[in-house]
Design a protein around this ligand. Structure first.
Ligand code: TYM
Length: 332
């Protein structure tokens, strides 16, 4: 029996952070079992970096390095840039013709992003509204069975299924409706200020941060507001430092949580220990990342091989799509 297929992607809008890393760790766990397509969605990055486009190509190389540094095996998974597989653009165009505007206007990430980033009318482009259609194309062009993501992406997965359903209804069964894979424990990694960790909130710890930067950032992190003195009982669930400890030290966090609850340890001790835990997770990645960046030729050839494999599969889907839509070019 052939393996089930997975597609997922990340935007090269800068360095990846711990929130992204959690999803990446899920990909790494799934790579044995699934046929994996790991995309770097450089066209999506244009929705926010349209006036700083020179940042995208270097960021895309760093994201590729982080994918591999986190444990993705480029011999096993296809790691590639979205813009290297033109079929994403063709399918995006075709799907855009059958996606009602109302669906896009209702996507919560569209409204939130507009408000949070306080985008001007100029920045609220046609492409920005159509972001989820391009994402649907990324997924459907591989006829993926499942998509591992963080919780913030669920509305995009929902609209992908709706678009697939509409296509199948109009032109005949062509796409599976992809399931989402969300790790409930780590579906929303908190940032230093207790909001969701995100580049746009300036509350993130990046995989590119060195040990000192991680230490400085953790020292500023939000802790339980009712724990003023070391001996006050804490509520670890309400403390970013404790919550991150639990994620990155899953086997040993419990005792520290109990001591925190009983007022037997202070926030400084929690912070110092978290810094050690985080750096021990990040250190091996830092080393691997440096090696990968020092050998751009190897990285490039993995990206070429990944794109070639992706193009092959995407081209097969587009043949099915054109045929379902009766758009095949008759040969004279
Ligand atoms: P992006 O680049 O914002 O994020 C990449 C992945 O990281 C997850 N994530 C988080 N998970 C837990 N806690 C957080 N604080 C956190 N922040 C980010 C995201 O859920 C995501 O899984 N639209 C996508 C990119 C995309 C895509 C796709 C994803 C384009 N095409 C096709 C899947 C399939 C995005 O902006 O992700």
């Amino acid at each position: 029996m052939s393996k089930k297929r997975i597609l997922s992607g990340m935007q090269p809008t800068g360095a990846l952070h711990l929130g992204n890393l959690e999803v990446l760790r899920t990909w790494v766990r799934l790579q044995q079992e699934y046929d994996m397509f790991c995309c770097i969605v450089d066209w999506h990055a244009l929705t926010t970096l349209y006036n700083r486009t020179e940042e995208i190509v270097p960021a895309a190389r760093l994201v590729a390095a982080d994918y591999i540094a986190a444990g993705l095996d480029p011999e096993r998974c296809s790691i590639f840039l979205q813009s290297h597989v033109k079929e994403h653009a063709e399918l995006h165009l075709l799907l855009s013709m059958i996606t009602p505007l109302g669906w896009l206007e209702r996507v919560p990430t569209y409204k939130e992003k507009r408000e949070n980033l306080q985008l001007s009318d100029e920045a609220t482009s046609y492409g920005f509204l159509g972001y989820p259609v391009l994402q649907a194309a990324d997924i459907l062009v591989y006829r993926a069975d499942a998509v591992p993501v963080g919780k913030d992406q669920l509305p995009h997965l929902e609209i992908t299924r709706e678009i697939a359903r509409r296509f199948n209804h109009l032109y005949g069964p062509t796409f599976p409706e992809p399931a989402s894979i969300v790790n409930e424990e780590t579906a929303v990694i908190p940032g230093l200020d207790n909001r969701k960790m995100s580049k746009s909130y300036d509350n993130a710890i990046y995989l590119s941060d060195d040990a000192d930067t991680v230490a400085k950032k953790v020292m500023t992190a939000y802790t339980c507001p009712t724990k003023i003195r070391k001996t006050d009982p804490g509520i670890p669930e309400a403390c970013v430092v404790c919550r991150l400890r639990r994620i990155y030290d899953p086997d040993d966090y419990e005792l520290s949580w109990e001591e925190d609850r009983r007022g037997e340890r202070g926030c400084m001790q929690n912070k110092r220990e978290l810094i050690d835990v985080l750096n021990s997770v990040l250190d091996p990645m830092r080393t691997r990342r440096r090696e990968l960046i020092a050998d751009p030729g190897a990285l490039e050839s993995w990206l070429d091989a990944g794109a070639e494999r992706a193009r092959e599969e995407a081209a097969k889907t587009l043949r099915l799509v054109r045929s379902a839509m009766k758009l095949d070019n008759p040969r004279p």
